[in-house]
Design a protein around this ligand. Structure first.
Ligand code: HEC
Length: 235
């Protein structure tokens, strides 16, 4: 169903609601299991935006209306509909089919019953205070409600705080605050920026993901300008 035909479908849904339940009521318990597929990209915590916007407090709100999420597609922004059972059912069945040009890279949930269960869960989770409520009702653990929220880099210790970083012969040499020097093949070290509250503090980048045997890691800066200011080309 496209978003345009939603108005007509909404009217049909109203008629069928008056004549009898259109769908059996979904189970929020089973829906919480289905929600696992969403937590990779969404948090239920207000203001916590990951690949997709936080789903906090979106029930009954206009599509693409989270003010501090800057990455909505033009296609979703242009929509006028509100999020409810009918629109979520169409979106979750086939996001790209419901809103052509939208950018939720999720192929959709074919099974009608699974969608109804998920929507029963979302009705609770997307209500005001929903993240706390679904955790208190033991539908999902706190970690799932938070979603794949990144590590808090403002609180890392000296093994991850970076004192100096230089580039030489297609390699990076990164010295952390504990005095250790770590070397990487240049293509194995990703340079990233996180200017959010969870990003590095104090004007120094943070080294992440370099486990004991890890040959790949990330150097995370708090601002793009910091990259060239901090990184020296020096052998
Ligand atoms: C691969 C990442 C990804 C996954 C998985 C994903 N989403 Fe999304 N979602 C997004 C992105 C990105 C957007 C914004 C799309 C756009 O702007 O076109 C979005 C948008 C949405 C919106 C609209 C938000 C608004 O502000 O209007 C809802 C509702 C939603 N997703 C629910 C879900 C649910 C429920 C699931 C699990 C079944 C899910 N998403 C799975 C990335 C994802």
């Amino acid at each position: 169903m496209s978003a345009k035909s939603y108005v007509i479908a909404g009217a049909v849904a109203l008629i069928s609601a008056a004549t009898g339940p259109a769908h059996a009521q979904g189970s929020p318990q089973r829906g919480a299991m289905a929600y696992r597929a969403c937590a990779a990209c969404h948090s239920l915590e207000p203001g916590m935006h990951l690949t997709g916007p936080s789903l906090a407090d979106l029930w009954g709100k206009k599509a693409a209306s989270v003010a501090d999420f800057p990455r909505y597609s033009k296609a979703l922004k242009a929509q006028e509909f509100l999020w409810d059972e009918t629109t979520l059912n169409a979106w979750l069945a086939n996001p790209a089919g419901f809103v052509a040009g939208s950018q939720m890279t999720f192929r959709g949930i074919e099974d009608e019953k699974t969608r109804q269960d998920l929507i029963a869960f979302l009705r609770l989770a997307m209500a005001p205070g929903g993240a706390k409520a679904v955790v208190a009702q033991r539908l999902v653990p706190d970690s799932l409600a938070r979603g794949q929220t990144p590590e808090d880099l403002s609180k890392v210790g000296p093994t991850q705080q970076v004192k100096a970083a230089r580039y030489c012969q297609n390699s990076y040499f990164v010295t952390t605050a504990d005095g250790q020097e770590h070397s990487f093949w240049a293509l194995n070290l990703r340079l990233k920026v996180d200017s959010s509250a969870l990003g590095p503090k104090g004007g120094r980048p943070v080294l992440t993901g370099s486990g004991m045997q890890g040959d790949r890691a990330s150097l995370v800066f708090s601002d793009p300008a910091q990259i060239s200011a901090f990184l020296q080309s020096k052998c």
